[in-house]
Design a protein around this ligand. Structure first.
Ligand code: UDP
Length: 326
């Protein structure tokens, strides 16, 4: 049997870009996805198994049928606001289901794991840029579930020798330049896809959440990182585990921050459209500034992001958006 990577959530936004790179790197890829937020449309390659992480029988069958060398886990709910209103939905999916997955891995002696974590584990930052040892004080259930999994992973390493990389994403954005896969959430809550919908006239305007933050133009500053650069970092982290590397936690960001108004201005330049803006109140739980230090993964694993400015990132998102609406 050829060795496989099991990609849980491989039919989602980031997972589908990961699958593409694994296939390019000649890995045999098995995707487990319940298609609750993912889509068949995003699966180009790999073998899709539609099912739930809660289905222990299915997990046993997957690990018996395939020679799984490592697991990558992208299957989580990720909307902060929703997690505040429906915390148990988040604990069930993001935490309890991950317990099932790790339990099956340990039973089948699959001991390499790459985990999608988040900048939300830091909460309100005490210093910018944020390094990996910044205190973890999530301010919402979503961040709590991700931090709980990180802690569970450390405990599983100590108990079972499970080797893992937890990758704390800042703002994932952009799409594969092929235009075949990209961001597709329903409802869409992320800034860049919403801005592009406003540019193409699919919505009337973009509402800016808060213009009274202590930043240069009063709007929130975020660190946008291209989804293919994220996927590349996962491959490096995976290879480091195969080389016998220790478990590690890494930030993934571009190390530069853009305000919401700057994002809109750059999107206007990329699309050539005037984007109608409405200024609204702050969104609950939004820190003013989130910018990563990604020096650790650059230094240790040689990660080199290709999409080093926001215009390049938005260009790929616009390419995907135009294909979606045509
Ligand atoms: N944002 C906004 N209007 C929108 C969606 C987002 O002003 O319709 C702002 C949001 O307040 C934040 C930034 O854009 O400061 C990025 O938000 P997003 O939801 O894309 O990512 P998050 O930072 O929450 O992970």
């Amino acid at each position: 049997k050829k060795k496989s990577v099991l990609v849980v959530g491989g039919a989602g936004y980031i997972g589908s870009h990961m699958v593409r790179q694994l296939v390019e790197a000649k890995w045999n890829v098995v995707i487990l996805d319940n298609l609750s937020t993912g889509s068949r449309q995003l699966v180009h390659g790999g073998q899709l198994v539609q099912g739930r992480l809660g289905d222990v029988g299915l997990l046993d069958q997957l690990f018996s049928d395939h020679d799984v060398a490592a697991v990558m886990h992208f299957a989580a709910f990720s909307q902060v606001g929703e997690s505040v209103d429906q915390p148990l939905k988040y604990y069930r999916n993001n935490l309890a289901e991950t317990i099932n997955l790790l339990d099956a891995m340990v039973r089948h002696r699959v001991l390499r794991f790459i985990f999608s974590s988040t900048a939300a584990v830091y909460g309100e930052p005490e210093a910018i840029p944020i390094t990996e040892n910044h205190p973890r004080q999530p301010t919402n259930p979503y961040g709590n579930t991700k931090l709980a999994v990180e802690r569970m992973l450390a405990d599983c390493d100590a108990a079972f020798g499970l080797k893992y990389a937890a990758l704390r994403y800042f703002n994932a954005a952009g799409a594969d330049p092929s235009g075949e896969i990209g961001e597709m959430h329903d409802p869409e809550t992320h800034l860049i896809p919403i801005v592009l919908k406003a540019a193409s006239g699919h919505i009337n305007n973009i509402q800016v959440f808060g213009t009274d933050y202590p930043t240069t133009d009063g709007t929130c500053i975020r660190d946008y990182v291209h989804v293919n650069d994220l996927a590349q970092a996962h491959l490096l982290a995976l290879n480091a585990l195969f080389d016998g590397g220790a478990s590690a936690v890494y930030n993934l960001g571009s190390s530069s921050g853009y305000s919401v108004k700057e994002v809109i201005r750059i999107a206007e330049r990329v699309t050539g459209k005037k984007i109608p803006v409405v200024e609204g109140p702050r969104r609950l739980g939004d820190p003013a500034v989130l910018v990563a230090s990604s020096e650790k993964i650059k230094n240790r694993l040689g990660w080199v992001p290709v999409y080093d400015d926001l215009e390049k990132i938005i260009r790929t998102a616009w390419n995907w958006h135009l294909k979606q609406i045509s």
